[in-house]
Ligand binder design. Structure first.
Ligand SMILES: Cc1cc2nc3c(=O)[nH]c(=O)nc-3n(C[C@H](O)[C@H](O)[C@H](O)COP(=O)(O)OP(=O)(O)OC[C@H]3O[C@@H](n4cnc5c(N)ncnc54)[C@H](O)[C@@H]3O)c2cc1C
Length: 566
């Protein structure tokens, strides 16, 4: 080994979890080294919506939203139905608000309450309609100076004009820019800032969502002078005399041995791009698409496996957190994935059908539950891919995937085959290869629900979550409208993972456990390398980043010998 170092704590992976662990450990006085496989920070976190699910958080309380950890506990107990991770969930709930306040107080990582943002099973006891989700405050990327290029950009499908980020709050003013003076002024400010940015930077520097979260963590690390090694993947750990004593890192053209006094934290983002683990853990058919960072190849989980760690959950099925995606063809010919998280599925006038031409799901479910329904339906009739179908009025008003609302020229989307369009439902069905007669019947039945406002088949529009993503101005049901104005449109929908939930089993301080559930000394796992404390369920917005940050905080506190609840 040609290069050797010694530090207190080595953290592998500069996503939200790894950066949070490094930041807290450094604040608690540890000598820290962060190694990152790629040339940029952020991982999947940079491309995410950046929402954190933190029940009882003070940011929401201070803004007047009432929530309690006890209610969240009741909700999780009913939803997750697993006693296995009870201790982890309790630790998460008790620590969440403390960890967030800690970051806000001591670093540049600042948050805003989301206000109304219902839990994904909003009809269950203990679920909240508002007050549990927080998002990072927008961040001015210019503050990073030349380090700005080190921030992994969002997916291209989330940017307009080739590099301008838009948050949820920007969509309405941009779409309705000629409808009011305030909309116009909001849109104009965004454009002007973006144009100025492009003189000096490769993309817009007004960062929102996951990009703001990771840039804020990075900025805070830079301010504290925490060392980050880029292009430096962790390759393995050194295990001697019953504990992890350090790790081997591949640095460009060399290998480095880092001896650790307090331990190694694995935060390499989970197994999404590891074929063997996908085959072993994921449901059938194994999804062919993933929105996780391509660098997330299961390195942390493989290291844990070699150490004899327990991988959880042991049963198949609850291994991924999903979103439906459509596959785009970009201007340069490359393929992209558009996640159908919340913009189109719940709006009135859209249905999802499978190969039989029939609906199989409440289209307004959370993205995770929608995909779970695809897997379930696929057991009896081909439902992967399935299709979202709407009419001309719908696509003009709400958009469909990357056919954005009000888009005048859809010829490129039609030419590439992303969007299918026909004057009749029968012709559309033939074009996408599904049962035409059944599609016609399905739409007639659905249109009758639009009149009564009651979806007697799947209950669309019945929950707070459904209605939140619907169109509240649409009556009687904000999620159901007729498909009646030709031409009709369809897009193909596939399952993709946005995160994985199978990972290394840990205790409440993120210490990795062996197969007999005993702590393996000197090694921690957080983020997607850690088995999700939610056991594969998806309680609400921010289900992975919330626990990711909280257990990173607990790991760092443990390594520093500090009380995480103090
Ligand atoms: C479109 C989209 C929207 C999302 N929105 C949300 C949301 O709003 N809320 C939410 O909770 N979750 C959301 N997610 C999921 C969330 O982004 C991930 O769960 C989260 O980023 C995982 O954090 P992490 O730190 O574990 O991994 P990552 O963010 O993926 O970071 C892992 C890092 O480790 C690095 N790495 C990999 N291997 C090695 C190695 N051997 N050595 C060193 N470094 C390594 C990677 O390069 C990467 O930088 C979303 C995901 C997507 C795709």
């Amino acid at each position: 080994m040609s290069r050797e170092r010694e530090v207190d704590l080595l953290i592998a992976g500069a996503g939200p979890a790894g950066m949070a662990a490094a930041l807290v450990a450094s604040l608690e006085g540890l000598n820290v080294l962060l190694c990152e496989k790629s040339s940029q920070i952020g991982g999947t976190g940079s491309t995410s919506a950046g929402t954190l699910w933190i029940p009882g958080n003070h940011q929401s309380r201070n803004a007047g939203f009432d929530d309690s950890v006890e209610n969240a506990e009741e909700y999780l107990d009913a939803l997750v139905q697993s006693s296995v991770n009870q201790d982890l969930r309790t630790a998460f709930l008790r620590t969440g608000p403390i960890a967030i306040d800690y970051l806000e107080e001591k670093t540049e990582v600042k948050f805003l309450p989301c206000g109304r943002h219902p839990d994904y099973h909003s009809n269950m006891k203990g679920a909240a309609v508002a007050g549990r989700a927080i998002v990072p405050q927008p961040f001015d990327g210019r503050l990073l100076g030349s380090d700005f290029v080190r921030v992994r950009p969002p997916i291209r499908e989330f940017m307009v004009f080739g590099g301008m980020m838009i948050g949820k709050a920007d969509i309405a003013p941009l779409v309705g820019r000629f409808k009011s003076l305030s909309n116009f002024s909001h849109a104009a400010k965004l454009f002007v800032r973006y144009l100025l940015d492009r003189i000096r930077y490769p993309r817009g520097t007004r960062l929102v969502m996951g990009n703001a979260l990771t840039a804020r963590l990075f900025f805070s690390l830079r301010k504290r002078g925490v060392e980050i090694l880029f292009n430096a993947p962790i390759a393995d750990v050194v295990f001697e005399n019953g504990r992890v004593l350090g790790a081997k890192i591949n640095v460009p053209g060399d290998e480095m041995y880092v001896k650790t006094r307090k331990g190694v934290v694995l935060a390499t983002g989970g197994y999404a791009h590891n074929k063997k683990f996908r085959e072993a853990f994921m449901p059938r058919p194994v999804p062919i698409h993933s929105l996780s960072s391509e660098f997330n190849e299961g390195d942390g989980i493989a290291i844990g496996e070699r150490l004899g760690a327990r991988i959880a959950p042991e049963e198949h099925g609850n291994s991924g957190l999903w979103t439906p995606v459509s596959v785009t063809t970009r201007a340069d010919g490359t393929k992209g994935l558009f996640p159908h998280l919340m913009l189109d599925r719940a709006k009135p006038g859209l249905i999802a059908v499978n190969s039989t031409g029939r609906r199989f799901v409440n289209e307004a479910l959370s993205y995770h539950d929608f995909v779970e329904a695809m897997f379930e339906a696929n057991a009896t009739a081909p439902s992967i891919p399935c299709y979202l179908i709407c009419d001309a009025k719908f696509i003009e008003k709400y958009g469909l995937g990357v056919a954005y609302p009000g888009m005048r020229d859809m010829s490129e989307l039609l030419r590439s085959g992303y969007l299918k369009c026909s004057d009749t439902l029968e012709d559309l069905a033939v074009e996408i290869g599904i049962n035409a007669q059944e599609l016609r019947k399905t739409v007639a039945r659905y249109n009758s629900f639009a009149q009564t406002g009651v979806d007697i088949d799947f209950g669309k529009g019945e929950t707070e979550l459904n209605r939140f993503n619907g169109d509240e101005t649409h009556k009687p049901n904000p999620c159901i409208g007729p498909l009646a104005t030709a031409p009709y449109y369809a897009i193909e929908i596939w399952p993709a993972d946005i995160a994985v939930s199978t990972g290394l089993s840990t205790d409440a301080d993120a210490r990795v456990l062996d197969k007999d559930r005993r702590v393996i000394p000197g090694i921690y796992a957080c983020g997607n390398d850690m088995a999700s404390p939610m056991s594969g369920s998806y309680p609400g917005p921010g289900t992975t980043l919330g626990p990711g940050i909280v257990f990173a905080y607990r790991a760092a506190m443990r390594a520093a010998g500090k009380n995480p609840l103090a």
